[in-house]
Design a binder for this molecule. Sequence first.
Ligand SMILES: *Cc1c(COP(=O)(O)O)cnc(C)c1O
Length: 373
Amino acid sequence: MTDFSTCTAPGINRLNPYVPGKPIDELERELGLSETIKLASNENPLGPSPLGVEAAARTIAGVNQYPDDSGYRLKARLGEKYGLQPQQLLLGAGSSDVIDMVARTFLSPGSNAVFSRYSFAMYPIYTTAAGAECRVAAAYPPDHESMPYGHDLRAMAKLVDEDTRVVFIANPNNPTGTWLRVGELQRFMQDLPEHVVVVLDEAYTEYVAEEDFPDGVDWLATFPNLVVTRTFSKIYGLAGLRIGYGMASAALIDLIGRVRHPFNVNAPALAAAEAALDDEEFLQQSREVNAAGLVQLGSAFTAMNLAWIPSIGNFLTVHLGRSGAQVYQRLLEKGIIVRPVANYDLPEHIRVTVGTQVENQRFIKALQEVLAA
Ligand SMILES: *Cc1c(COP(=O)(O)O)cnc(C)c1O
């Protein structure tokens, strides 16, 4: 029999596929449960933006035709909102598509990408798939005074060499929820060799109220090597439609856009994103529910004597002092899906997405029972 593993492109045999959060349907099928809740994939617990849903629905009758490959209308809206030219925008089937495009544009065997420990799982996947080397910087230690498990930009800068093509930075980071402040990120960008492309992954930025938090858009004019990525999957509640975008200098977007698959973003997604962008009422409500949920979950963990990582995203990662995989399993049996994070080097933590007040309470009660058993 042919051993196809000897025929693969470089990197493929080293590749560990992404493990998504468990879908509700699958859990209900497997355990015969109903009324399960999913707090595993940082989805918006309020559902999708109503304006987005309405706009998407209106496109369905026309899906015999290909979508607008240029994304003209959405790019015009994004350009207006952020003060950018359409040539500075690139649309993706989720922002992970954009991140993959950056990797395929700049990474190949012999080059490397730098990112932090405990950072987003897609970075090593896209880097390895491109045949490049992953350089993983040490993160701040668990007892760090202000940002336990956070990105250590000095450690990351030390790993950059002449073969480095891309640096991935998630701000705030998933799965830790930790963040970088304006000054430290600006210094990092200023000191970085110009040939290195920085992906500043801002998937959760719309949730952030923190002062001294960088807005990557402000820096696009200063740093021609910066790519800022954002998504409609998180606060806009459109994860199932797969749409996100990248913003950068026109020269970078021109290069990255060359590897984009034609028609990578579908028509319902384009329409939904355009409408959701202006759904201020939904966004405001989502921020409020999230802020209240972070307090609710954080204080419950503290009351249970559990250390949690300070987070400004829509999720919290908590230290259980025992196997996160086991607690995850016990919670599944109670109809609650959270995220085990052993694959992120955090075997004694779980990550929980902020849900509605009622969902959070159900989760807290279930966790108390599991830990007491
Ligand atoms: C969720 C997430 C993304 C975006 O995912 P898409 O659905 O592909 O837009 C990107 N980066 C981080 C850090 C995330 O958590």
